[in-house]
Design a protein around this ligand. Structure first.
Ligand code: PLP
Length: 397
């Protein structure tokens, strides 16, 4: 029995290693779905796994683990320029968003382009419309807040996961604050990709997730302003200053801290990805005149490009690019597998058919210029095959 299970283990390890080898041949341009773990973060996770003890224990083992958690808390706080006491570790961005919205007693308003982990928390939420670039308008929000009456909560993301579009967040939050609303910001896609100063943003609470900038998955944080008491989501323990119950995920927290530190140090380099992305879009536009670049006229994260190739469904494009050794996604990875078109693109006024031909290309900390060149060649070849097929159909008709 034991032999068989050992053999199974060896076989599965072998297949994992061979799939790792083929992954190395792949060009990974899906960093908004998740990122490769940075070496610094992997090392920190491994170091933390080699230690043990409960951070709540007063003995030596507990104190050493507490030290790891406190160090990571400082690094995560530094990433968003706030005090360590404002960081509450959670199991990721989804939990942080749920905690921010779930227990609010009063009207909730969320922008139409929010991630599902915001959109689906409150069935009673009022949707704040966006314009053709995916931008929330302060005047519209003002009107909706007058209609809602007092005691509202407003949730608007900093950067969109599908298009990379950045919201004029200070302006929007100023409107919300003028109505005395509680303000939540989902900064899951923005953190580690651009400088964020939480204390200047005008938000009461902000969500973060480690795996979007080189940390491990399954760890994130809710950042809260001094004096702001978030509603509890998980009860039954005094951890995180009684703001989130449950024994801390210490390896995850250690990896989060190391990734935050590396991302902060690399923020200027990350910004330079914008030139690579812009050059890529220019070359694609030159080659294919009917390309659609969703949100292309708005300020965006430097790493994201949402590209429409009319007449070719997103799923087909993702498969064809995968065969060419390139990993991208059809809209948001969290919604891939669904056949429905992206709610983000529909909110931007996109026809269903156009929205269904969009793919998301997202670069990241490990992207090299040659990855982008491979993508450009494969994407143009795909567009030419589309044109060839259309031409053939026309000549048969
Ligand atoms: N918010 C945004 C904007 C996201 O893109 C995601 C994940 O894709 C989440 C929240 C959820 O984060 P997590 O995967 O850590 O639960």
């Amino acid at each position: 029995m034991r032999d068989r299970s050992t053999r199974r283990h060896r076989l599965s390890l072998k297949s994992q290693l061979s799939s790792r080898a083929s992954t190395d041949l792949h060009t990974y341009l899906d960093h908004n779905a998740t990122t490769p773990v940075r070496p610094e973060a992997a090392e920190a996770v491994a170091r933390a796994l080699a230690q043990y003890g409960n951070a709540s224990s007063v003995h030596r083992f507990g104190r050493l683990i507490r030290h790891v958690v406190d160090g990571a808390r400082e690094d995560v706080a530094a990433l968003v320029d706030t005090a360590p006491a404002n960081i509450i570790f959670t199991s990721g961005g989804t939990e942080a968003n749920n905690q921010a919205l779930m227990g609010h007693d009063g009207p909730v308003l969320v922008s139409a382009v929010e991630h599902d982990s915001v959109r689906e928390v409150r069935a009673d939420a009022t949707i704040i419309p966006v314009d053709a670039n995916g931008i929330t308008c302060g005047e519209t929000l003002d009107r909706l807040l007058w209609d809602a009456g007092g005691g509202s909560l407003v949730s608007v993301m900093l950067a969109n996961n599908e298009t990379g579009v950045l919201q004029p967040i200070r302006e929007i939050f100023a409107v919300a604050r003028a109505h005395g609303a509680v303000v939540h910001c989902d900064a899951v896609q923005a953190a580690g990709k651009m400088a964020i100063a939480f204390d200047d943003l005008g938000a009461d609470v902000l969500s973060l997730s480690a795996h979007k900038f080189g940390g491990p998955p399954g760890i994130g944080a809710l950042v809260v302003r001094d004096g702001f008491d978030p509603e509890l989501l998980l009860r039954g323990g005094g951890q995180e200053r009684r703001r989130r119950a449950g024994t801390e995920n210490v390896p995850g927290i250690a990896g989060f801290g190391a990734a935050a530190c590396a991302a902060k140090a690399g923020i200027a380099k990350f910004g330079r990805l914008g030139a690579l992305r812009d050059n890529m879009e220019a070359r694609l536009r030159d080659a294919v005149s009917d390309i659609v670049i969703h949100g292309g006229d708005a300020p965006r994260l430097p790493n994201t490009s949402c590209l429409g190739l009319p007449g070719l469904a997103s799923e087909i494009q993702v498969m064809q690019l995968d065969l060419a050794g390139i990993a991208v996604s059809a809209g948001s990875a969290c919604s891939s597998g669904k056949v429905a078109s992206s709610h983000v693109l529909r909110a931007m006024g996109c026809e269903n058919e156009t929205a269904r031909s969009a793919i998301r290309v997202s670069l990241g900390w490990s992207t090299e210029p040659r990855d982008v060149v491979r993508f450009i060649d494969a994407w143009i070849a795909m567009a030419q095959r589309r044109d060839g097929k259309a031409e053939k159909r026309r000549s048969v008709a």
